[in-house]
Design a protein around this ligand. Structure first.
Ligand SMILES: *Cc1c(COP(=O)(O)O)cnc(C)c1O
Length: 371
């Protein structure tokens, strides 16, 4: 992957904001509660290692990732705490996982049986967290009989498996309507009656459940989007403590020109100047994860909101500015400039998606700088 370190389009990450967000949620929780920082997908686009260090310093005592390679990257970065892989892994990777002390979500007997053979041959022990599907419909054991079989199997094969955790995941914890949340919680409690010896980690809460359903149980939370300073509900529910957004996205004016009324801009000539206008070019495009459908949205220049005109290209886009401005003028796409703010939520609303997707889409080509 080539990172554009020599260009002025940058993602700025405020690691102090990450620290504050972790410290704030820890204050809300009982002191014995563990916090696993969710750093999958390059820490939601913020940078895996840097976020992991900041979260650990602020009190995170474990980490969640989605795929094996993210877990390996954390181990190589010197993270010695628990690292849980939330996604499903092939049994053929069981030995590699165990060798690297990675904990994994387990959701089927088939996985347990197949990986048991590999582990036993390699004389390795794998840490497992049993996934319970209480209504998300994604991964996990769904009924007490299947769960019982898995628990019996773990007990029978203690040399190959360390039963470290059990968890579930909520589909609607970020909604004001808690009907389905309560159904999932009841299902979880029902399944848990099968579990006679509780493992070290019992975890049910993502950010939304940690903020709005603090008594939902478990001794560990999986804290993701809130750590990055974003409200999981969008604008639907208020958070008990303020969240501090960690990410901003900036660029600069790379070209500027005056065009005449009737002149056209961009592929497909979708924009025609109504008057004589000043147009600036900004070196960011959809290859950077700045979506093509952001045409018509705004960016901040010297505290002014300036419209994105014409199609967003792969690596560049054009904006209409009120007057001639110097090359190199700062352009803020996400963040604050002279008291004006564009949030990730604003971008997501315009793009008709959620803020999670906007930050994950920001390409690795954009250089991340930390402060
Ligand atoms: C991604 C993920 C989380 C984190 O969710 P947030 O809403 O970002 O807090 C927690 N648990 C599981 C299982 C996940 O997949």
């Amino acid at each position: 992957m080539v990172v554009g370190v020599h260009r002025k389009t940058k993602i700025k990450i405020d690691l102090k904001a990450i620290g504050k967000n972790v410290a704030n949620i820890k204050k809300e929780l009982p002191p014995e509660q563990n916090l696993f920082a969710v750093v999958k997908a390059n820490a939601y686009g913020h940078g895996l290692e840097q976020v992991a260090y900041a979260a650990r310093e602020a009190g995170a005592n474990g980490f969640c990732v989605a795929v094996i390679d993210e877990g390996i990257a954390l181990r190589r970065a010197g993270i010695a705490e628990t690292i849980l892989i939330l996604g499903v892994n092939p049994p053929s990777e069981a030995v590699y996982l165990a060798e690297n002390d990675l904990s994994i979500a387990v959701e089927s007997m088939e996985f347990l049986e197949k990986s048991q053979a590999y582990l036993s041959q390699a004389k390795q022990t794998l840490k497992v967290h049993i996934a319970l599907d209480t209504g998300m419909g994604r991964i996990g054991f769904r009924n007490p009989a299947d769960l019982q079989k898995a628990l019996d199997f773990l007990k029978e094969h203690q040399e190959q498996f360390d039963f470290e955790g059990i968890f579930t995941h909520f589909a609607t914890a970020d909604s004001a309507d808690d009907t389905y949340f309560k159904q999932q919680l009841a299902k979880f409690n029902e399944l848990m009656t099968v579990v006679k010896e509780r493992p070290r980690y019992v975890h049910v809460a993502n950010t939304a459940a940690s903020l709005w359903h603090q008594t939902c149980g478990g001794n560990t939370i999986r804290y993701g989007v809130g750590m990055y300073g974003l409200n999981p509900s969008g604008n639907e529910l208020a958070t008990p403590e303020p969240l501090y957004p960690a990410l901003s996205l900036v660029s600069e004016v790379s070209a500027v020109k005056k065009i005449k009324a009737g002149d056209k801009i961009g592929y497909g000539i979708t924009y025609t100047a109504k008057n004589d206008e000043w147009i600036a070019t900004i070196p960011i495009g959809y290859a950077d994860g700045w979506l093509r459908r952001m045409q018509g949205f705004e960016v901040l220049v010297q505290g002014h909101r300036c419209e994105i005109v014409g199609r967003v290209c792969m690596d560049q886009m054009m904006i209409r500015v009120p007057h001639k401005i110097p090359l190199g003028t700062l352009v803020t796409l996400i963040g604050e400039d002279h008291g004006e703010v564009i949030t990730v939520q604003d971008v997501a609303d315009y793009a008709q998606t959620i803020h999670y997707e906007i930050i994950c889409d920001l390409s690795l080509r954009i250089d991340r700088v930390y402060c």
